[in-house]
Design a protein around this ligand. Structure first.
Ligand SMILES: Nc1ncnc2c1ncn2[C@@H]1O[C@H](COP(=O)(O)OP(=O)(O)OP(=O)(O)O)[C@@H](O)[C@H]1O
Length: 333
């Protein structure tokens, strides 16, 4: 299959749950396609239906309306074993089988190909080694799962999914319990794997900033609306990131790529080296000094770090941002 061809697509489907003859529609009019070689991130507020969409794409729950096409055929025409050869899934739930070693976990990824009691062939062992190498966990192979950190466990789970060797990899909140360094590492790893292994990778995440840095494609999901799809940078320029923030006094700041409080930008003139100016302004904005410092100017000098607060009455000098903020709070509020 060509590198950029979509492997899975849907046109105006509805998703949700059936109980008896009652339907609960979670979202409708959803159109999308998953492309090999790309990392796609599904983002949206809590409860909007991301997990429901993921479960539908995995074939765990049927659509309420319309078909999902996998390799041009309806998803419903595949049985579970066929699906597990094409789609590998990493869910958020922690695994209970903590006594397995990392290598044994990765070997489980071959079950769709070997059967539950099947022996691993030379080819299976090659695929397992490749998955371990691709996720950089060679040093962990003999460690038991209950002795791993959350970040290491997540990598082992990704290696298991890679060993399954499907063309689609789906991960539900793969960075949920991780610190910033591990979140970035996992997302860069997934981004690299999408390209080097030519997988279509779909993840759900609430980690907007890390996702902007690493994703090829965003699917933005919002209540009652079709998915908004595009490269994160295009969506930022087209002012569509605010769709992720329903009110609550927050806005997406297209300059920093972060969600910030409305009216918390600092408009006080601050001059000096770029980094120092950025953080002086950030501290003033955080403390609410956005526009209310009349007839004042701030000059920052980098070496040695000094801040000059210039007013009609004279200039005050500070050696750090904290003392500037303390002074302003005491005298200007
Ligand atoms: N098994 C189920 N039966 C009926 N309704 C369900 C079921 N599972 C989830 N829902 C409902 O579907 C809606 C969407 O839930 P879903 O878990 O898909 O949202 P989400 O976007 O993944 O949320 P979060 O970001 O909090 O994980 C919610 O109203 C939820 O209560």
């Amino acid at each position: 299959m060509e590198k950029t061809k979509s492997i899975l697509k849907a046109e105006k489907i509805s998703i949700g749950y059936r109980k008896g003859n009652k339907k609960k529609v979670v979202a409708e009019n959803l159109s999308f396609q998953l492309t090999k070689g790309k990392l796609t991130c599904l983002l949206g507020p809590n409860g909007v239906g991301k997990s429901t969409l993921i479960k539908t794409i995995m074939g765990q729950i049927p659509t309420l309306h319309g078909d999902i096409l996998l390799e041009e055929k309806p998803l419903t025409s595949f049985n579970l074993q066929e699906l597990s050869k094409i789609t590998s899934v990493v869910l958020t739930e922690k695994i209970i089988t903590g006594i397995l070693t990392v290598r044994q976990l990765v070997e489980l990824g071959r079950i769709p190909h070997t059967g539950l009691l099947g022996r691993l062939s030379k080819y299976d062992l090659e695929i397992i080694d490749k998955a371990i190498d691709a996720t950089n966990i060679q040093y962990l192979t003999e460690i038991r799962l209950n002795e791993l950190s959350d970040g290491q466990l997540q990598k082992a789970m990704i290696a298991r999914a890679l060993a399954q060797d499907g063309e689609i990899l789906i991960l539900d909140e793969p960075t949920a319990h991780l610190d910033l360094v591990n979140r970035l590492e996992i997302m860069h790893l997934l981004r690299g794997l999408a390209e080097s292994e030519n997988k279509a990778i779909l993840i759900t995440t609430h980690d907007l900033e890390v996702a902007i840095e690493t994703a090829d494609i965003f699917w933005l999901m919002q209540c009652g609306m079709p998915l908004v799809i595009g490269m994160p940078e295009d969506l930022i320029i087209n002012q569509q990131m605010d769709l992720l923030i329903p009110g609550k006094g927050l806005v997406f700041d297209p300059i920093s790529g972060k969600i910030v409080q409305k009216d918390k930008k600092c408009n006080i003139p601050v001059s000096g080296p770029q980094i120092q100016v950025k953080w002086v302004k950030a501290a003033l904005a955080k403390k609410g000094f956005s526009q209310n410092l009349q007839n004042m100017e701030i000059e920052v000098v980098g070496e040695p770090f000094s801040i000059f607060l210039k007013e009609k009455e004279g200039t005050n000098t500070f050696q750090n941002i904290e003392s500037l903020v303390d002074f302003l709070q005491l005298h200007k509020t």
